[in-house]
Design a protein around this ligand. Structure first.
Ligand SMILES: NC(=O)c1ccc[n+]([C@@H]2O[C@H](COP(=O)([O-])OP(=O)(O)OC[C@H]3O[C@@H](n4cnc5c(N)ncnc54)[C@H](O)[C@@H]3O)[C@@H](O)[C@H]2O)c1
Length: 332
């Protein structure tokens, strides 16, 4: 199948390698046209050190490379996704299907990434997400992801296209839950990093991860997601991988903030897109819009955007009133 991957960051590159190995005719579109000679000649992308670009992979800086593609994978970071979609839209085939792998919620509009892609391209969109570090996928480390779309046929098309002996793809009809899980886990990876940077322990991180799942599900249900999705690959799966690994730039940024750096300094030091920073603002606004209580997301927002110290944010969370773990505990 002819496929374009629009975005040559670590994730777009890893997926391009996967699809070439699956025998597809793949073009990788890059924003960084200055890197094209290196990618073409040395078969190397500085965004994904250690990975070899297959000989069959074509590289392009031209939006027109999506012409004739049945699948177009949108793999840019969240902040430029709308402009990148506008760039490719005029060249899309009539029956093109979009795959959204970007994790985030658009600042301002509070739209999910697949909603932005659908708005700008007018095409159906499948969400591909899950616990998947690019560095590991590129090396064929066994990985499981979720192809989520209301349309089963399209979810199965994406499943069949990406699936391999080392890359398992499950399907789901719940794109809302899958995308909220993906966006919010980046905020929590930042929080887990802050917790580590402050010198808190494993207990703290485990509490953070499990309590935030409740927050995610609360928000998700208010937006029509299924609660089960948050217990799956796109929820708890992605939370585990991002909150416990040094591959996660969100967690690395959080550690620096916990150690006393400002959000800006931390992002500069990490040097790659820290989606959790943008997602924290959108998630906070979304919780207000939906009237859903999200104390951990609110604390993250206040640290990142209102200069609340990380230590004070932890104390504020710990000093909240007593709660039952189950909101509908059923006690008389
Ligand atoms: N890295 C991973 O393991 C991974 C896994 C799953 C999902 N994701 C998601 O994929 C998305 C991309 O992340 P990444 O890790 O590939 O990014 P990255 O940090 O490796 O690279 C960022 C990319 O953005 C491009 N870019 C910068 N400014 C741009 C602009 N104005 N317009 C278009 N492109 C621009 C850069 O050229 C670069 O290719 C994110 O939403 C991320 O959450 C990443």
């Amino acid at each position: 199948m002819k496929i374009a991957i629009v975005g040559s960051g670590a994730w777009g590159t890893a997926l391009a390698i996967r699809l070439c190995k699956n025998g597809h005719d793949v073009t990788l579109w890059t924003f960084e046209t200055n890197l094209i000679p290196q990618m073409e000649q040395e078969r190397h992308n500085i965004r994904l050190p250690g990975a070899v670009l297959p000989e069959s992979l074509k590289i392009s800086g031209d939006y027109g490379c999506v012409k004739g593609c049945k699948l177009v994978v949108m793999a840019s970071p969240s902040f430029p996704i709308r402009s990148v979609c506008r760039g490719v839209a005029p060249y899309l085939d009539e029956d093109a299907v979009m795959v959204s792998v970007t994790k985030g919620i658009e600042n301002g509009t509070l739209l999910r990434m697949s909603e932005v892609v659908a708005q700008e391209t007018g095409k159906p969109v499948v969400v591909l997400t899950g616990p998947s570090h690019a560095e590991e996928v590129a090396l064929d480390v066994p990985t499981g992801c979720l192809a989520a779309c209301e349309n089963r046929e399209l979810a199965e098309l994406v499943q069949d296209t990406f699936m391999s002996d080392t890359f398992r793809v499950y399907t789901s009809p719940d794109a809302v839950g899958a995308e909220l899980g993906a966006a919010l886990k980046n905020v929590i990876a930042l929080c887990a990093g802050v917790s580590d940077g402050l010198g808190c322990g494993d207990n703290t991180k485990a509490m953070l991860m499990t309590r935030v799942l409740t927050e995610m599900a609360r928000l998700g249900i208010s937006m029509g997601a299924s609660k089960d999705t948050f217990a799956g690959l796109a929820g708890v799966g992605d939370l585990i991988v991002t909150c416990t690994s040094m591959h996660s730039r969100n967690r690395r940024a959080g550690i620096l903030i916990g150690q006393g750096k400002t959000a800006k300094e931390a992002m500069e030091e990490v040097g790659a897109v820290v989606e959790g920073y943008y997602a924290a603002a959108s998630a906070y606004e979304l919780s207000k819009k939906q009237g859903v209580e999200m104390p951990i997301v609110t604390a993250a927002y206040r640290v990142l955007y209102e200069n609340l110290s990380a230590a004070e944010a932890v104390h504020t969370l710990l000093r909240r009133g007593r709660k039952s773990e189950k909101e509908d505990a059923g006690w008389l």
